[in-house]
Structure formats: C-alpha cells, structure tokens
Design a protein around this ligand. Structure first.
Ligand SMILES: *[C@@H]1O[C@H](CO)[C@@H](O)[C@H](O)[C@H]1NC(C)=O
Length: 449
C-alpha cells in the first residue's frame, strides 16, 4: 500500500479514500468483534454459602482448616464474619477485616479471605504482605458482598481508601462491589482550576504488588480514582466493571504508573474522567476489549508534570469501543516539563461512537507555561480506528515545539461526522506522520514552518 509522507497532498489521500468500499468492508468485518464482557465475572463462584464456618471468632491455624470442594484454589477460608465483621453496621469494620487478612496472609498454605454477601462499611484500610501462601497465589480475596467507604474525607489520611501493599501472588475475585461513597465527598474536590489540589482517595491502591489478578468485581462511585496501580508488575485486571456518573470529578477508572506488564482485559468503564490513564513509568501496558464511556477516554498521561518522571515504553490498546467520551485516544503532556520519553504505542481496531477528539495528542496540556514540553513522543501507530466524531477536529496531533513527535503512523482511519452536515479535519503541529491506507479525515496539510 502507498505510504504518504507528511508532504503527501490532500488530493492523493482523497483518491486513496475512494477505496471507500474497502473501508466499509473492514468496518463490516469488525462489527461483532466486541463482545460484551461477561458480567458474571471471570471465574465460577466458589461454593461459599453453606460451606463456611458459622460466625464467631476463629483463630487461624489447623482449627481454621476448611477446604472447599469446587474451587480448591481457595484453600483455607478466612471469613470476615469469623473475625467479628458485621454486615450493615455503620461503623467501620476495618479492624476485623485487617485481622482476617492477617490470619490468611500469615497462614502457611493456600488461603482465602472471604467477604460474604452483605454491606461492610470500611474506613481507610491497609492490607500488607508479604503473604505466606505458596506460589503462584500467596493469598486470595473473594468478595461477594459490598465494601462501602466511610463518606467523610477527614477520615482519610492518605491517597487511598483501601491499600494493598507488598504482595507477590494476589487474586481478588468475586461478584462483589467496591462502593467508594463518592457522592458524599465529590463536593470537596477542588481540582477544577487548581492544578496542585489534593486528590480524593482512590478506592483501591496497589503498591508493590506482583503477579496479581483482579477479576470480575464491580467498582462504583469512587471518591478519587477507582484503581491506582503503582510500582506493580505482572498485574492483570479482567472482566471488571467500573461506574461513576459522567460529571463526577477525577474519578478515573484506573491509573497505572511506574508499573510493568499490566493487562486490562474485557472490562467496562464509565466515569467522569479518564477510563484508563497510563502515567509515567508505565512499561508494557496492554488494554484489550475495553468498553469506555462516558468519561474522558483512554489516556497516556498526563506526563511531565513532575521532575524526574520515568519514561513510558510500550502501550498496546486493541479491540476497544469508546462511546460518547470527551476524547478517544489521548496523549497529553505538560508544557515546561523536564525531558522524558513516551514511545512504542499501538492503538488498533478501535471503534469510536460519538466521541469528541477521537485521536488527540496534546503537548500543551494543563497549564499556560510558555516553555515547551520536553516529553518526546515517538513510534506511535494508530490503525483501524473508525466510527464517529462529535467535533470537527477528529485528528489533532499537537506536538511540542521543543520535542517534535517522531514516527507517528496513521493506518486506515475512517472517522465520520456524528452530525452529517459537519466537516471533519485533521491538524498536525511539529509531527512527523506517515499515512497508510484509507484516511478520513484526509491527512493534515503540512504545517507552515
Ligand atoms: C483483536 O481482534 C483481532 C480481530 O478479531 C484479533 O485477531 C486479535 O487477536 C485481537 N487482539 C487480542 C489481543 O485479543
């Protein structure tokens, strides 16, 4: 196929797009690829009800032995009710939850914390490893009920509601709900117009967790981010549902930073901010079959806000559907930044449905600093991106005058206006772009020097 450099003319591009039939054919083929994630979560429910010890204090140790039949990997069960947790109580159940975790985590064998159906109020709670269970899963947490955050920001001393730290081999699963009680605290968010605001607590913060799987849970109305993954490796999120209202402040579905080999699969996210934000130090992040919206789309960044940020290297976003969001695929960096790099990204087979700014690079994000961003963007491919744009500038590649984008590639872009009378266009600044295949909108006119 022809490769047009940025100096290729709009008319050649337009002729290419007379291969309209070809584009439509591809769209047709791609329909039906996007399976609705299985709401039941990822793995068959373990036989919980009826198989648990009756409530009451139960020390860990041989007396707590209780193997399940259907799900051997649950191992010995440590039910929060046995450690004094009460469903429906208004006071925080953090202490019995931490006692349960401690017993399971220190147990020398496969062990599971089980949260049965019910509503358990929790204040700020830290679950610390390392745990003693044998690899690959040193501890399992099975959540059937609802965890409900104390809805008072003064109760939180740090940036999270629930924190899991220093665990190698973690499985959190179940059909339960992690309810951040956001509606009672969002009014305290002052991040609109204040770039140095303190963020509200994330629902689940993972710090130094390796070999983890988070499966099938439902996250609701976080105060801040729903999930924050930092300093983690080999971390998978599978079949999770995340929901907060479209006007809730800074409720990112998940924020991933300083972590490697993170996978987000078969997950639906609709919030008031980024569905997924991929921050500094993210290496080898894979996103596949994610449905995003409402919200601000899938973002790399913002990058370059702090000094000494780590590079972003290796982001793959495939087979996703983005619906009614403020951006589609966005890369955002701060002006006046220290030098860093973000490279090796592939955005492929993505359906945009009524999305504003479906493809956007914004290296002048977030402040009015007159110095350019020094975050160097390179080796970024967008392929098979199709659907509808709700704004005229469907493709906006606004790179930094201090660090031009290198090796951007657009391959088979077919974005149509949501409103038929609107004309779509593409703009490029400081961007070296190659084009392959069909291009709607037509490639940017070369930017004046
Ligand atoms: C994405 O979808 C394509 C087309 O169905 C498929 O070939 C590919 O394996 C999928 N990617 C992943 C990572 O599942």
């Amino acid at each position: 196929m022809a490769i047009l450099s940025r100096t290729g003319t709009r008319s050649i591009a337009f002729v290419l797009c007379l291969a309209w039939f070809f584009c439509q054919f591809k769209v047709g083929l791609a329909k039906g690829l996007h399976k609705v994630p299985d709401p039941s979560g990822a793995h068959p429910a373990a036989p919980l009800g009826g198989h648990q010890k009756p409530p009451g204090p139960l020390p860990a140790g041989p007396g707590a032995q209780h193997k399940t039949h259907g799900a051997a990997r649950l191992g010995t069960i440590f039910n929060v009710l046995q450690f004094g947790a009460r469903s429906g109580a208004r006071q925080s159940q953090s202490q019995p939850f931490v006692r349960t975790w401690r017993a399971a985590c220190d147990f020398n064998g496969p062990a599971s914390v089980v949260v049965p159906p019910g509503v358990f109020t929790l204040a700020e709670t830290v679950f610390q490893g390392p745990c003693k269970g044998p690899p690959p899963t040193s501890i399992t947490v099975q959540i059937q009920g609802t965890l409900k955050a104390v809805g008072d920001p003064s109760e939180y001393s740090d940036k999270y509601w629930i924190s899991v730290e220093h665990v190698n081999g973690l499985l959190i699963t179940g059909s339960g709900t992690i309810d951040g009680s956001g509606p009672s605290v969002w009014k305290y968010d002052d991040c609109k117009g204040n770039t140095n605001c303190a963020s509200l607590p994330s629902s689940m913060y993972f710090n130094e967790v390796q070999n983890a799987q988070i499966k099938g849970l439902r996250f609701l109305d976080s105060m801040g981010f729903h999930m924050h993954i930092s300093n983690c490796a080999e971390f998978s999120i599978i079949g999770v549902h995340i929901n907060a209202p479209r006007d809730s402040p800074n409720t990112d579905g998940m924020h991933i930073s300083r972590s490697s080999k993170v996978k987000v699969l078969r997950t639906t996210i609709g919030t008031g901010d980024d569905c997924i934000s991929i921050g500094q130090g993210a290496v080898d992040v894979t996103v596949n079959e994610v449905t995003c919206g409402p919200g601000h789309g899938i973002s790399v960044g913002s990058l370059g806000k702090l000094p000494d940020e780590l590079d972003v290297n290796g982001v793959t976003v495939t087979n996703c559907t983005i619906i009614g969001t403020e951006n589609g695929i966005r890369i955002k960096t701060w002006p006046g930044s220290a030098p860093s790099k973000a490279l090796r990204m592939l955005f492929s087979n993505i359906v945009m449905d009524n999305v504003a700014n479906p493809i956007i690079i914004d290296q002048n994000y977030g402040s009015k600093d007159s110095k350019p961003s020094l975050v160097k963007l390179s080796d970024i491919t967008y392929e098979d991106i199709r659907g509808t744009s709700s704004t005229p500038t469907a493709v906006s590649l606004s790179c930094s005058p201090g660090a031009a984008c290198d090796n951007l590639m657009l391959n088979n872009i077919n974005l149509q206006p949501k409103i038929p009378t609107m004309r779509l266009d593409a703009t490029c600044t400081n961007a070296k772009v190659k084009y392959i295949g069909c291009q709607f909108p037509p490639p940017c006119a070369p930017h004046p020097p």
